[in-house]
Design a protein around this ligand. Sequence first.
Ligand code: FMN
Length: 414
Amino acid sequence: MSKRILLGITGSIAAYKALDIARLLRQDGHDVQIVATRNALRFFPRLNAEIFTGHPVYVDLFDSSGSVRHVELASHSDLILIAPASADFLSKMALGLADDLLSAICLSTNSPILVAPAMEENMYFHPAVRENMKTLLSRGIREIPPETGPLASGKDGTGRLASPDAVKSAILSVIEHTQTWKGVRVLVSAGPTHEPIDPVRFIGNRSSGKMGYALAAACASRGAAVTLVSGPANLLPPPGVTFRSITSARELEMEMGKAFPSHDICFMTAAVADYRVKDPLAGKKKKDGKVWTLALVENPDILSSLSRMKTSQQYLVGFAAETVLDPKKLLEKLRKKGADMLLANDVSQPGIGFSSDTNELTMCLPDGQVISLGRHPKTVLAEKILDAVEKWGTLPNLVSDHEPSAHARRPPRG
Ligand SMILES: Cc1cc2nc3c(=O)[nH]c(=O)nc-3n(C[C@H](O)[C@H](O)[C@H](O)COP(=O)(O)O)c2cc1C
């Protein structure tokens, strides 16, 4: 199956080997677009690379064509491979710098990123590089570890760019991984709801939508057909996802009710307001020096109404924002709501949950299991949730066959 692969080449002595990788990927039918750092150009012949791939080699972030090149390249690539990845570039990625085309693409993409480091052994095992690699792995970036053998310095050691075959098989495993949800239709709700008070005011909550958007992106990258129904969130819908925008809980209930029957899996991630204003005002309320009392009525419980519609062929995942996590109460909630899985987070803890990039989730299953998924960036948690659905769900279309990324380990000395 042919993919659009963006091959990032950085300033390592091994950069010329990237052309062998490009050639192998092209032989397998993939479209390869090279983006190089300015320093990388010192290490490989640009013209050869353009002839091998049939595309110009892009370097510059700023371009006069009127397009936003880094966003276009990021969204048109199914997979990003940085090979070789220099120590310098790994640091930039870990820091989230975006001062050249390749680093800006790495920040802008929703596609999987693989890095194949190549450098001298002391560089590779330097604590700074190890720390950066750890950060990247924790964000879901996969490493294709370097090999051990003769290095450019003439010494033997670890740091040789992985062979084209090793790179190819790592890519294949990501491509296969990404297709494990092909044919599965996923519905995700995300973000807050806004309940109108008058034409200019509303009752909202602190949800950013990041968890739901990360789930939608992860499902899409595994090949699922995804519908994302979102409340007001300051986020771009992931590429390839069908997007519906809603504002209030009742609009969300309507959209979810319409869409639910035609989907196999539903992640009810939206932070739905429990209450709405009983009688929103038609005109803007002016100050009148008096106490203003609002009457609130309960909003519909969308998760419960979806669970009543659910067939045995569907899998429903609910989310709960709690200020105390009591496993017994969570299991009771799961049973009451009728969902197949409940993911709870403690929103009282600083640095996790609403609006943060990190979350800590506890998973509850109908058989009474309560499992911690740990504290991770939301993009990593999204993958863990999908892995859990593959493991605990009973959907016939899902195949669980992927491996966690290999972590670099220093070989014992002597
Ligand atoms: C001859 C030479 C070979 C180099 N080889 C490597 C290498 O294999 N790996 C690496 O991480 N850095 C290597 N460097 C250092 C990088 O080129 C340098 O850190 C540069 O800033 C990387 O730029 P980039 O990350 O923007 O591509 C080498 C430098 C020179 C002069």
